[in-house]
Design a protein around this ligand. Structure first.
Ligand SMILES: CC(C)(COP(=O)(O)OP(=O)(O)OC[C@H]1O[C@@H](n2cnc3c(N)ncnc32)[C@H](O)[C@@H]1OP(=O)(O)O)[C@@H](O)C(=O)NCCC(=O)NCCS
Length: 189
């Protein structure tokens, strides 16, 4: 049973807040807040072409940031951010919906029926200057705690992973994910 909801976490984000230390730097992990729009535009706009291709593609970052802020506490999405000073070092995208034609359909093609009540989609992205320093590792525990708070215990990659995203695949395997077909990976918590 969920102990909270996305709307309740928008009203009171305190259950999501954590302090982490990565590569000697203290960061705060918390839910995305309405005041984060400028930092989110800077984060998305600062991603290298490679990181952007692997994560959300080349959608306009100002429009994407505005959409994400508008969506706080509504719909199916929860975004966690790792804050370094005034900037964002990483973002974790979580979603509680499984729209037809996407993950639920691809897993079904491999004989796996995803349980809509138990499954969360997730996608991490770390700023290029932070990659390879342990930030994504440090975001795992807060992400799984958020997933559990929302009553879910199965995690699938949001949108899958590119076949040539070797670093992400290694990262997911290290954290217990297994492949389903060419682009999907999942794990039970
Ligand atoms: C995939 C991604 C999230 C991994 O993030 P990361 O912070 O680089 O990952 P980690 O924290 O696990 O660190 C990875 C590397 O740093 C190394 N590392 C260095 N210091 C470390 C530390 N203190 N703790 C853990 N790992 C450390 C690890 O050994 C690992 O090396 P490897 O990549 O050669 O295996 C990140 O590269 C990213 O955002 N990429 C662009 C967007 C993307 O691809 N998102 C995923 C879409 S499916």
């Amino acid at each position: 049973m969920p102990t909270t909801t996305i709307a309740a976490l928008a009203a009171d984000p305190s259950p999501l807040a954590r302090a982490i230390t990565v590569d000697g730097v203290r960061l705060t992990v918390r839910g995305l807040l309405p005041g984060d729009e400028a930092a989110l535009v800077a984060f998305l706009g600062g991603l290298s072409a490679t990181s952007r291709r692997f994560w959300h593609g080349d959608t306009g970052h100002a429009a994407a940031a505005a959409d994400w802020i508008e969506a706080i506490g509504r719909y199916d999405k929860l975004r966690l951010v790792a804050v370094d000073g005034d900037g964002l070092a990483g973002v974790v995208d979580l979603s509680l919906s499984l729209p037809e034609g996407h993950e639920i359909t691809r897993y079904a093609e491999h004989g796996i029926r995803l349980d809509e009540e138990r499954t969360a989609r997730w996608g991490p992205c770390v700023a290029d200057a932070w990659q390879g320093r342990g930030l994504a590792d440090a975001l795992i525990a807060p992400a799984w705690e958020a997933v559990r708070l929302l009553g879910r215990d199965v995690v699938v990659l949001f949108g899958g992973v590119h076949e040539d995203n070797v670093r992400a695949r290694r990262f997911y395997r290290r954290h217990g994910f297994t492949e389903v077909g060419a682009v999907d990976m999942w794990r039970r918590l």
